[in-house]
Design a binder for this molecule. Structure first.
Ligand code: ASP
Ligand code: MG
Length: 411
């Protein structure tokens, strides 16, 4: 018999009928003899609705009060799910974050979990009860209600699984697993049976939105086996674990991530002297703007060009700063471009295979796609290209790295 933490997201508990369906599913696991802790999100749309209400009163809601309010979304679903279980003859009890005592720091709206008191939960499990816990929320040392940031119920699920040393943390959602890439862009995208924490972290931070990034970090740190599953379809889902098994069938690349959220800035004709990178990026980071990729050219005539990317939301502010810097340091000009996209190939298989990057560049060259910037890490190669070629690039790479699903019979 296993101890399983099951987390159901907002769409999975979006209506009363769905909550009843979730109860049926939990009941089956319980009847199979497993100990079950369920974590739920608010009904889909509810957190946004609550934030909207707050903003009607106050444009920048006071964070402490905002947390008091948005935490109610999850309080509703834990009670409804517990009722639906009890109605089915399954003994169940609900707890808010405060009642469990999920202790967090005091950073309202983005709090971090410090510790979890598992005493109540353990005694309930022992007494045969299903324990239903509100996701996304905790309490600080002064008794203030806190929340963990959007999508934070994933982190609640993983943190509970870690505290209870659960056998598995199952994340139920509206997709049946983690895919090689977004199936809306590549219809031949395949569900992965397995992926490592590291790869999942890269995929998530590069724009694949299945799990909150922090929950993956947490799961990796405490080695909690995570499984992403569809709430209402049968299937094995995708298991996220530590082990990188070497198998012949294991593809070198696990997935292709992309995003359109970045913009590129270039400063040209920069005098190439020590400290120049700091002079350019210092003011950017002083303005709290995060920089992602950075490229400095080899210099000609003692001047160089310097290019970097920022989030598109920060583009105008960054360009303003860069123009100022250009004037200050005697650079020729500062320009920018928002029509870019980043495409990345991710896979732990890269560690043991040479030539992965050049295979990527070859596939892009065949489609005549120009690469503007390149960055690499141990398990990732990212390129910046013109945004209009994004979908073509993702499809070409998916094929080049043999990720396409075999066509089904009759298709
Ligand atoms: N209800 C919260 C949100 O929408 C937390 C979650 O669903 O994970 O962000
Ligand atoms: Mg979510």
């Amino acid at each position: 018999m296993a101890l399983i933490v099951q987390k159901f997201g907002g769409t999975s508990v979006g209506t009363v009928e769905r909550i009843e369906q979730v109860a049926e599913k939990v009941k089956k696991f319980r009847e199979a003899g497993h100990d079950i802790v369920v974590v739920v999100s608010a009904m889909s749309g509810e957190t946004n609705r609550l934030i909207g209400l707050a903003k009607q009163v106050m444009e920048q809601p006071v964070p402490r009060e905002l947390d008091v309010m948005v935490s109610t979304g999850e309080q509703v679903t834990i009670a409804l799910l517990s009722m639906a279980l009890i109605k089915r003859g399954v003994s169940a009890v609900s707890y808010t974050g405060n009642q469990v005592r999920i202790l967090t720091d005091s950073a309202h709206t983005k709090a971090r979990i410090l510790s979890i008191d598992d005493a109540n939960i353990r005694s309930d499990l022992k007494a045969g009860r299903v324990v239903v816990v509100a996701g996304f929320q905790g309490v600080d040392e002064h008794g203030n209600i806190t929340t963990l940031g959007r999508g934070g119920s994933d982190t609640t699920g993983v943190a509970l699984a870690a505290a209870l040393k659960a056998d598995e943390c199952q994340i139920y959602t509206d997709v049946d697993g983690v895919y090689t890439t977004d199936p809306r862009v590549v219809p031949q995208a395949r569900r992965l049976d397995k992926i490592t924490f590291e790869e999942m972290l890269e995929m998530a931070s590069l724009g694949s939105k299945v799990l909150q990034i922090r929950s993956v970090e947490f799961a990796g740190k405490y080695n909690v086996p995570l499984r992403v599953l569809h709430s209402f379809q049968e299937g094995p889902g995708t298991l996220i674990t530590l082990d990188e098994e070497e198998s012949m069938e294991q593809p070198i690349i696990s997935g292709i991530a992309f995003n359109r959220d970045e913009a590129k800035l270039t400063i040209r004709g920069v005098p190439d002297t020590p400290g120049v990178a700091f002079k350019i990026l210092g003011p950017i980071s002083a303005a709290n703007i995060e920089v992602d990729m950075i490229v400095q050219n080899v210099s000609h005539d003692n001047t160089t060009d310097f290019t970097f990317t920022v989030h598109r939301n920060d583009y105008l502010a960054a360009l303003e700063i860069l123009k100022q810097t250009a004037a200050n340091i005697g650079a020729r000009e500062a320009t920018g471009d928002t029509n870019i996209a980043k495409v990345s190939i991710v896979g732990v298989g890269m560690r043991s295979h040479a030539g992965v990057a050049s295979r990527m560049f070859e596939a892009l060259a065949k489609e005549s796609i120009n690469i503007q910037m390149i960055s690499t890490s141990e398990i990732k190669v990212s390129v910046v290209i013109e945004e209009k070629y994004l979908e073509l690039a993702v499809r070409a790479l998916h094929t080049a790295f043999e990720l396409d699903a075999p066509a089904r019979q009759g298709e």
